[in-house]
Design a binder for this molecule. Structure first.
Ligand code: NDP
Ligand code: MG
Length: 386
């Protein structure tokens, strides 16, 4: 039986690479659902190639275009975020790949879990915002959410065959991004074109900026906390510029396990889609001759304040990580439009963390309201900074 996939965010960096995995293993996977936001042309192309049962388009203009183009086909075309939550629950879906970027991916991921589907989670923001609720629901449904993020895939692979209570701590590796070693006098003038040039990974714009500010690693600490049910002080970060060791688990006897490989997201995507199988592929292999040295250093929390802010939010708990995420989404969007400076992003996120009302045990509704309130505040701070 083929695994029937719903690929949410199929037009993105993760989505297109996931379809590459499907191309390489047509005997294992069928594409049942695809979704896009604004990239109508690519979604139309993908629909013609993979012939899914249905597609969902969340942007109204793009929806009209896709609907028209697929008019003479059997493919159902739906619009809006609610449709995402409906289609993932269909009986014809076995696994949902959550590859939408940002808070926009939260509800469809939860809907998939509520329906008892296997989920592969790339959308880390879902876990940052509502990790406790998401993992509780997964537990109730007896589902093991499969991580797609390379660090979390690494941790997952290292933990297989181990008792979770023998984990002492996890160590997330961070490349350090394009500004590793730089100080504030340099960062103050950084513009988006430079920040978008990641040394090791090719990814969507938002996560690339998050990697440059180290917010990505902060989000990943929170993601790891919920995925692996860790205490805050069990999560460490080390800078490893070559991105060969994707993360490490240290066990209570002091032994460390690491997962290694070239930086290529196709591998963790394939691992999650095919789990528990490992599949053959023609991906480039790691060669020690190309990497005579692997380096490690401590992160600079003072310069890259986003990492410290994310860590503080993780310790604070409650809705603080939701505030962190919403403020970050707004400032990154602003930075990509040249509306806010690189370092100003830290200041605005910090203000949001201080000013939005704290809720210790937020419900999903509380988190929606926190997200909306934080966006309003952050937008106004952004305007004020211009
Ligand atoms: P991209 O920006 O490349 O793609 C995002 C996808 O989400 C696109 O299909 C986009 O549609 C869709 N989308 C955007 N906004 C909305 C919305 N409001 N409603 C519904 N769909 C929307 O992002 P990435 O693929 O880089 O990242 C996806 C997720 O995976 C993120 O959470 C990221 O943190 C995570 N991740 C990514 C990695 C990577 O290597 N790229 C690595 C590890 C994690 P459209 O293009 O049609 O507008
Ligand atoms: Mg990652």
């Amino acid at each position: 039986m083929k695994k029937r996939l719903a690929i949410l965010g199929s037009t993105g960096s993760i989505g297109t690479q996931a379809l590459g995995v499907v191309d390489a293993h047509p005997e294992l996977f069928d594409v049942e659902i695809l979704s896009a936001h604004s990239n109508a042309d690519l979604l139309i192309e993908q629909s013609q190639k993979y012939k899914p049962n249905a597609v969902v388009v969340t942007n109204e203009n793009a929806y009209e275009k896709v609907k028209k183009a697929l008019n003479n086909t059997d493919i159902k075309v739906f619009s809006g975020a609610n449709a995402l939550c409906d289609v993932v629950q269909w009986d014809t879906v076995d696994m949902v790949l959550a590859a939408i970027v940002g808070f926009a991916g939260l509800h469809s991921t939860i809907a998939a879990i509520d329906a008892g589907k296997q989920v592969a989670i790339a959308n880390k923001e879902t876990l940052v915002v509502a990790g406790e609720i998401v993992m509780q629901k997964a537990k109730e449904k007896n589902i093991l959410p499969l991580p797609v993020d390379s660090e979390h895939s690494a941790l997952f692979q290292c933990m297989i065959g181990e008792h979770l209570d023998s984990v002492e701590k996890v160590i997330l590796t961070a490349s350090g991004g394009p500004f590793l070693g730089k100080k504030t006098n340099f960062l103050v003038n950084v513009k988006k074109d430079h920040a978008l040039q990641h040394p090791n990974w090719v990814m969507g714009a938002k996560i690339t900026i998050d990697s440059a500010t180290l917010m990505n690693k902060g989000l990943e600490m929170i993601e790891a906390k919920w995925l692996f049910d860790l205490q805050n002080d069990q999560i460490d970060v080390v800078i490893h510029p070559q991105s060969i060791i994707h993360s490490l688990v240290q066990f209570k006897d002091g032994s460390l396990k690491a997962q290694m490989g070239l930086p290529d997201m196709k591998l963790p995507i394939q691992y999650a889609l095919a789990f528990p199988q490992r599949l053959n592929n023609d991906f480039k292999r790691f060669d020690f001759k190309d990497f005579p040295k692997l380096n490690f250093e401590q992160p600079d929390y003072k310069t890259f304040r986003n990492l410290a802010l994310a860590k503080d939010a993780m310790y604070k708990g409650g809705n603080a990580t939701c505030v962190l995420n919403a403020a970050n989404e707004v400032v990154v969007h602003g930075f990509l439009q040249n509306k806010v400076g690189f370092l100003e992003m830290n200041d605005i996120i910090e203000r949001a963390l201080n000013d939005v009302a704290f809720i210790e045990k937020p419900t999903l509704q509380d988190l929606e309201e926190t997200d909306a309130a934080t966006r309003r505040l952050t937008e106004s701070l952004l305007k004020g900074s211009q």
